[in-house]
Write a protein that binds this ligand. Structure first.
Ligand SMILES: [Zn+2]
Ligand SMILES: [Zn+2]
Length: 444
């Protein structure tokens, strides 16, 4: 059979034959045990990895949530483990936490078991890469889609970086553990998924404008995961283990979609960049940051409003060309330094390499935008309305106003203003810039 079917088939086959790309989209994750009480299957999961002695890493909260149980299940099966519980109950994904994990690693262990959320997972993936040991992940909250990816989102020297790491070979997701996670973490997982509405649309938009690689089959895989999560959301936030299983499966699948595409495009767009800028400001200035999925999910709302307004705009070649000619990059970069802090330097260097604002490149993109405007607005129309997304968020208790994240509307605008400079991806504000359309013209 070709094309994506379901998670377990994908894992058994090690990927799927793509009817669109005519290639095999491979995944490195080989086994997911998802359901109630799957912690009991840990000994079997470990034997599949070929392991004999495990190094377990958790933080104090996640150790209490699942670590003790995991260790006792392994001990009852006669499997030895070493363990380290991180000193912080809110570990940061930085050099300090990584150093702690490396210092405490017991080299007599031949596999690594990470027990926790995104930070423990990111640290363990790096530890697995540097130590050359296979990695088994036991998530304690369905809060983000990075379970299965082979990169770790870290903070290095005060900057957010994505470091190559080792993907988990096996995941043991016990929904009795996951359903008991704080409600905010379940909401975060849902927000990291609703973000996919935007990322999928922007992937297609960039394909139309820039001929960027796009696979409709991978997009379909993410859309299936997304719909599943949205359907399960109400029951998941009230702690129903089966609904939490659906959310978890959706998160795993969308992480695998990035691996299949060799791009983060299927799962991350403008809304993720807005979240990244907020994280960078938090690192630089100590301002508040919320869970990744809460920030991304919240950012979906202004992005949806903007696309709704933008699809009603009639592009104007002269206005767009004049806007590109008059753009003052130096002034933009100066304000960015103040707004983002030291992280702005990497963004400025990126622009020197990319030339996003180069008038000649702009002119080429603009002609494509003008020629394909109907196709572009069709993609924008495929997005859910901001009103329906707001109603969905309100129903499940997800924040819909900046105040819910301790922000003002002005701060949200600031995040949006510099979000496109963070990496080279073509996202909402790049399209606005290409059109010479002011952000406040589309309500942001
Ligand atoms: Zn494909
Ligand atoms: Zn995400």
């Amino acid at each position: 059979m070709s094309g994506f079917t379901d998670l377990q088939t994908l894992l058994v086959q090690g990927g799927f034959d793509c009817p669109a790309c005519h290639t095999f989209h491979a995944v490195s994750l080989s086994r997911v045990r998802l359901g109630r009480g799957t912690l009991g299957e840990l000994p079997a999961a470990m034997r599949e990895l070929g392991g004999t002695k495990g190094f377990l890493l958790a933080d104090p909260n996640t150790w209490a949530a699942a670590g003790e149980k995991a260790a006792s299940v392994l001990a009852s099966a006669g499997i030895p483990t070493a363990r380290h519980i991180l000193s912080s109950s809110r570990p940061a994904p930085d050099e300090r936490t990584m150093g702690e994990a490396v210092f405490r690693f017991d080299p007599s262990c031949d596999w690594i078991g990470g027990i926790g959320g995104g930070v423990v997972n990111d640290v363990c993936k790096l530890l697995a890469k540097t130590s050359g040991r296979p990695y088994l992940y036991i998530p304690t909250a369905p809060s983000m889609d990075g379970y299965a990816s082979a990169s770790s989102s870290m903070e290095m020297g005060g900057l957010k970086v994505s470091l190559p790491s080792a993907a988990a070979s096996s995941i043991v997701a016990d929904t009795d553990v996951l359903a008991a996670a704080p409600r905010e973490m379940i909401l975060a997982g849902i927000g990291d998924m609703t973000a996919k509405y935007v990322s999928l649309a922007e992937w297609e938009i960039s394909h139309i404008i820039n001929d960027e690689y796009y696979c409709p089959e991978i997009a379909r895989m993410v859309r299936i995961s997304l719909e599943r999560v949205v359907r399960a959301a109400d029951a998941a936030v009230s702690g129903d283990p089966d609904a939490v299983a659906a959310v978890t499966e959706g998160l795993i699948l969308s992480g695998l979609a990035m691996e299949c595409a060799h791009l983060s495009r299927p799962a991350s767009g403008m809304e993720h960049y807005i979240s990244h800028i907020r994280d960078m400001r938090s690192l630089a200035f100590g301002t508040r940051a919320d869970l990744h999925g809460i920030q991304c999910g919240f950012a979906v709302l202004p992005v949806l409003r903007a696309y709704e307004a933008l699809r009603a705009v009639t592009p104007d070649r002269e206005r767009a060309l004049a806007h590109a000619r008059s753009f003052d990059w130096a002034a933009h970069a100066a304000v960015m330094r103040d707004a983002v802090g030291p992280g702005a330097e990497a963004m400025i260097r990126l622009e020197e390499k990319e030339g996003k604002y180069d008038p000649a490149r702009h002119a080429v993109r603009l002609e494509r935008i003008l020629a394909r405007w109907d196709d572009l607005t069709a993609v924008m129309r495929s997005l859910p309305s901001a009103v329906s997304m707001t109603a969905f968020y309100r129903r499940i208790g997800f924040p819909t106003e900046p105040e819910g994240l301790g922000m003002t509307a002005d701060e949200v605008r600031l995040l949006i203003r510099f979000a496109a400079d963070i990496r080279d991806k073509y996202v909402l504000t790049r399209l606005l810039w290409d059109l010479g359309e002011p952000a406040d013209g589309v309500g942001i």
